[in-house]
Write a protein that binds this ligand. Structure first.
Ligand SMILES: N[C@@H](CCC(=O)N[C@@H](CS)C(=O)NCC(=O)O)C(=O)O
Length: 227
């Protein structure tokens, strides 16, 4: 089984986390859409990563990939069987993707970390500042209200936790401040998630990547949540 996609993508990270959670061994093929568009297009007509390759079978779209993994490995569901819980998980996951991708992804992580590296030009400082000063704190304030006091978003650990924590890690790496004094419930929740074995495996791997090391040194302010 091969996970195609560069590991800095929060969408790709979602699939890595799901595979870790299920203890499924996989290879990484870290193609990025900046330099390897044609190769990716052969696997996914939208030209996007992640793609999960199972023999010759290519599956795309992060939530659909996790759904497929969950069906093939039905122990410890990441998408609950109960229809109400399942709906809440799918809604929370797509909400996190849709609200975080343009802000924490496109305007912050991409501009600050990816663009200088892949396009060799500086990111748009106005976009970066707007997320750090306004859009980011507004998102975090909303999440603080919604954070579960114990356990995870729907009680048991699920795809919803994977998606949200994946995006917040991108934000943290690019310098988003998430302090326990401002967001106590959110920080307690995120600490629980990032300490899980699923995340420990991913963090251990990611901390070997030069771009992650550089972002941690150059931009990150809430270091505790990145360890
Ligand atoms: N809805 C897709 C989004 C995937 C996505 O946007 N991936 C980005 C990487 S972060 C990508 O490959 N972008 C290239 C492009 O849009 O051409 C998913 O959940 O997998």
């Amino acid at each position: 089984m091969q996970l195609v996609g560069y590991p800095y993508s929060p969408f790709v990270r979602k699939v890595a986390l799901a595979l870790n959670y299920k203890n499924i061994a996989f290879e990484r093929n870290p193609l990025d859409p900046f330099n390897h568009k044609d190769e990716i297009l052969k696997l996914n007509p939208s030209g996007k990563v992640p793609v999960l390759l199972v023999d010759e079978f290519a599956i795309s779209e992060s939530d659909r990939i996790v759904q497929w993994i969950d069906e093939q490995h039905p122990d410890n569901h990441l998408i609950p069987l109960d229809s109400h819980l399942r709906e809440r998980v799918m809604l929370a996951s797509s909400w996190a993707d849709q609200s975080c991708a343009p802000t924490l992804g496109g305007k912050l992580f991409f501009q600050r970390v990816l663009k200088p590296h892949y396009a060799n030009e500086p990111g748009d400082q106005q976009m970066i500042d707007s997320v750090l000063s306004t859009a980011g704190p507004a998102l975090l304030a909303a999440l603080e209200q919604q954070s579960p006091k114990e356990d995870f978003i729907v009680g048991e650990f699920s795809l919803a936790d994977i998606t949200l924590s994946s995006w917040l890690r991108a934000g943290l790496l690019a310098g988003l401040a998430i302090s326990a004094s401002d967001y106590p419930k959110l920080v307690a929740y995120l600490s629980r998630v990032y300490q899980s074995p699923t995340w420990r495996t991913e963090i251990q791997f990611e901390n070997t990547l030069p771009l992650v090391q550089q972002a941690r040194e150059q931009f990150a302010v809430s270091q505790e949540l990145l360890k």
